[in-house]
Design a protein around this ligand. Structure first.
Ligand SMILES: *[C@@H]1O[C@H](CO)[C@@H](O)[C@H](O)[C@H]1NC(C)=O
Length: 322
């Protein structure tokens, strides 16, 4: 009797082990399984969700408007050697990293803002690929790299505020806040703003294309310049890694501005490898006071020194002391 019982238990135990192993196997073999479900804008709705605004000087030089239907409909994997390894038709890009299509009038003007320090190789890879990628989309854009020159802990959010201020002074109505180590994989993730702020990098290869939590609003986000001003930009107080993107989400939440995402197949990004940044130990405490601080900590309390502004062939450099 006792022996039988033991044997019986043993079978159940075996079965549990087997199920666990099977689950792990599926998890490894099928990276898209077990993804967190979230609301997203389907392909058919993407174009109408976009905000059609440009800088004032994208004028009537061209008779016909660019069409974006095909870019969205034919979204395909373009993170290949052809687009990565060298800059194609470099002469099309204006000094300062600006581009506008010649054949038609762009419907969207976008400032891509990249906070930066000490990652030369990544920046080179980023600029190369992004210029090839973005020109496929026939938008008007310019890449601003905001570099922190001092040795204080990296202040990503403050660099975004600085970039936003400069981009706004050039008339850009749409900001894409972009980490230098993230590259979009598919051509259909249009680098234009949506009426609601959009989380663009919701399917990251590093996280097996999962969204870890629904309110995640970091990596690559698109927000109109007017909405960014409405929330007083981002906090200037996050020194070191982490928290500032949750703070940004909180600011939107306080003003009941919802966020949106495109379908996962459009939101796939790859992350370049790098060393872990030093986490900011203070980030949880700061985050708890996010809504209290938002009206006094941000664009209206931004203090920095611009050391240099330089037009490079692929980007505008804004070198600052924080
Ligand atoms: C538009 O004007 C801005 C600011 O004067 C200038 O930097 C930019 O090169 C112009 N862009 C185009 C496409 O004409």
């Amino acid at each position: 009797m006792i022996i039988r019982l033991c044997q019986h238990n043993f079978h159940i135990f075996d079965f549990l082990i087997f199920s666990a192993a099977l689950t792990i196997l599926i998890y490894i073999l099928l990276p898209h399984r077990f993804a967190l479900n979230y609301d997203y804008i389907k392909k058919e709705r993407m174009e109408e969700a976009l905000l059609a605004i440009t800088t004032p000087n994208i004028s009537s030089q061209q008779a016909i408007d660019c069409s974006y239907k095909e870019t969205i409909a034919d979204s395909k994997f373009v993170y290949d050697a052809f687009h990565r390894e060298k800059i194609l038709r470099g002469e099309e890009i204006r000094l300062g990293g600006e581009y506008q299509p010649e054949e038609c009038r762009a419907r969207y003007s976008t400032a891509i803002i990249v906070p930066y320090r000490d990652r030369q190789e990544q920046l080179a890879a980023f600029l190369n690929y992004m210029h090839n990628y973005l020109r496929l989309q026939q938008i008007h854009y310019r890449i601003f790299v905001v570099e922190q020159s001092d040795r204080k802990p990296f202040n990503r959010a403050m660099l975004f505020n600085i970039g936003a201020k400069v981009a706004s002074s050039y008339g850009y109505p749409c900001l894409i806040l972009h980490d230098v180590d993230l590259m979009p994989l598919n051509s259909g993730q249009l680098y234009a703003c949506t009426t609601l702020p959009r989380h663009m990098s919701s399917a990251l290869d590093n996280w097996r294309f999962h969204l870890p939590y629904r309110t995640l609003f970091g990596g690559v986000v698109a927000i109109s310049t007017s909405q960014f001003k409405m929330i007083n930009g981002m906090s200037n107080l996050y020194h070191g890694w982490g928290g500032e993107d949750d703070d940004l989400y909180e600011r939107l939440h306080v003003l009941s501005i919802e966020i949106c995402r495109f379908a996962p197949a459009y939101s796939e990004y790859t992350m370049l490898k790098h060393k872990q940044e030093t986490p900011n130990k203070n980030r949880m405490a700061l985050l708890r006071s996010a809504s209290l601080r938002m009206h006094t900590d941000g664009l209206n309390s931004l203090v920095y020194k611009e050391v240099e502004r330089k037009m490079h062939s692929l980007f505008t450099l804004i070198l600052v002391e924080t």
